[in-house]
Design a protein around this ligand. Structure first.
Ligand SMILES: *Cc1c(COP(=O)(O)O)cnc(C)c1O
Length: 480
């Protein structure tokens, strides 16, 4: 078992020696001084380097293996993004500096929002929200204010398809709406009749992602928009994952009024470790007055921050959000260009369809037809025949150095496995992953126990997931 850095400590070992302090020493009054030395790690430089290198090798990332985790867009993040995000002109500025001193940063934010508005077909945008779910809540608060300002106080319900990402109903609830679920039709899209039945005077809006979480494009979207708009509702687009439509079709043209993007998915900021992300929110003209403040604007050749916007929902994050994530997205968009962005989505869709075509006879695909940037397959038949579940398949993939797909989501498909290969993978990588998945299905028939035991090559094997969820041990006691 690997030790913590606090456990390999030896008194007076050093990695660096600090210069003698030039500040006169000061005696802290006894009542404020600590009773014992703090337990800080004391290790030599080589042990320090080995410790963190060993830790980094224990994790799976896009840089060391295939990562087809559906709805997460674990694509390769170009290293040039890191180079621009570490330029001192961007890292050594402070948000309280004047607009005059930070014209470059403001220009970047303004240009980025202009490009993202162009890509999504929106009128204006805020960069403040810290991630996708935060963007959802921000957009919903703007929708709420829109209805309030019109005196439409009965508009309390947000409609959400049953295939939606879990954050959608959660955000609507947190924003103070009631949530009504709309069932899917047999083809995996929203059931239009059910939508018509659900829409009424209380409909504040419909929240949707297109393609939906089954990887299916809602071809009836224009009709859906019409139904919701005619009832005075608004359309919210969950654009966390724009990988299928970037440069192909624009949510604004489909009739959407509000959208959030996840810059840490489609626009390539590393996010496997959980952040920092960025969830800009764009909107149609009639909602622009409700955008959070401050927003970056331009007058002549000068960029400035617009603070006094009376109808704004207010600030949703300190300053202007996660600025360096914006730098990465800006670099990504400029380095790909319009053609590159549109190629990226075409190849993302091609890669997903290629894998689906190779796997669908073995792992059933619940909805027929072409998929977009991801697809859902199921281990249900495999489980009935061999007892091997989606979880067993996922664990067996770990032994092959492949990150599993998203499993047991979306909830409407039993034994679901949601695969998103992304555009950055080669045909060799896709073929290898398909070969591995097909061989797992063969092993399931011949030697299922082998799969129940997997993974055997990882640091820890199967966790007791119920125990881990019910009685988590969140604190590690170090014995020193
Ligand atoms: C990832 C994702 C979200 C949530 O984004 P976070 O940045 O994790 O809050 C919402 N909707 C969809 C469709 C997603 O894929």
């Amino acid at each position: 078992m690997m030790k913590l850095i606090f456990e390999i400590t030896k008194e007076d070992r050093r990695s660096v020696r600090l210069p003698m302090s030039t500040i006169p020493s000061f005696n802290i009054p006894k009542e404020y001084a600590r009773g014992q030395r703090p337990h800080l790690p004391e290790v030599s430089k080589i042990d320090l380097v080995r410790h963190y290198t060993a830790l980094s090798l224990r994790t799976h990332g896009v840089d060391n293996g295939f990562y087809p985790l559906g709805s997460c867009t674990m694509k390769y993040n170009p290293k040039v993004n890191e180079k621009t995000a570490s330029l001192v002109g961007f890292t050594n500025i402070h948000p309280l500096q004047s607009a005059q001193e930070t014209q470059g940063a403001l220009e970047l934010m303004y240009d980025l929002k202009t490009m993202l508005c162009e890509i999504t077909g929106m009128y204006d945008m805020t960069m403040q929200p810290a991630a996708g779910a935060h963007g959802e809540w921000t957009g919903l608060m703007m929708m709420k204010k829109y209805h309030e300002m019109r005196g439409d106080t009965q508009k309390r319900v947000i409609l959400v398809p049953d295939s939606a990402h879990g954050t959608n109903p959660a955000s609507a609830h947190v924003a103070g709406f009631d949530v009504k679920s709309i069932p899917s039709a047999a083809d995996g899209g929203v059931d239009l009749e059910a939508l018509r039945d659900a829409v009424g005077d209380d409909t504040a809006g419909l929240m949707l992602t297109n393609p939906n979480t089954l990887g299916i494009f809602e071809s009836r979207i224009v009709e859906m928009a019409k139904i919701v708009h005619e009832a005075g509702g608004l359309l919210y687009y969950d654009g966390a994952n724009l990988n299928a439509i970037m440069g192909q079709v624009r949510p604004g043209d489909m009739g959407f009024d509000v959208i959030h993007l996840n810059l840490h998915k489609t626009f390539s900021t590393p996010h496997g470790g959980g952040g920092p992300g960025s969830g800009p929110v764009g909107c149609a003209k009639r909602l622009a007055q409700f955008l959070p403040t401050p927003n970056v604007e331009k007058k002549g050749d000068t960029y400035f921050l617009q603070h006094d916007n009376e109808d704004s929902i207010g600030s949703v994050k300190s300053f202007y959000g996660h600025f360096l994530t914006l730098v990465r997205a800006y670099t990504y968009i400029l380095s790909l260009g319009a053609d590159g962005l549109s190629d990226a989505s075409r190849i993302a869709v091609l890669n997903a369809n290629y894998m689906m075509a190779r796997l669908k006879d073995t792992y059933t695909v619940p909805f027929n037809g072409l998929c977009m940037h991801e697809f859902v397959m199921t281990a249900q038949k495999l489980k009935e025949e061999t007892g091997i579940s989606a979880m067993d398949v996922a664990k067996a993939l770990l032994d092959e150095g492949i990150h599993p797909p998203t499993v047991y989501f979306p909830l409407i498909v039993k034994e679901a496995m949601m695969v998103e290969p992304t555009e950055t993978e080669s045909i060799e990588t896709l073929d290898h992953a398909c070969d591995v998945l097909l061989s797992i299905a063969r092993i399931a028939k011949e030697d299922p126990q082998q799969l129940h035991d997997a993974p055997v090559t990882t640091v820890i094997s199967r966790l007791d997931e119920v125990e881990a969820a019910r009685n988590p041990i969140l604190r590690y006691s170090i014995s020193l």
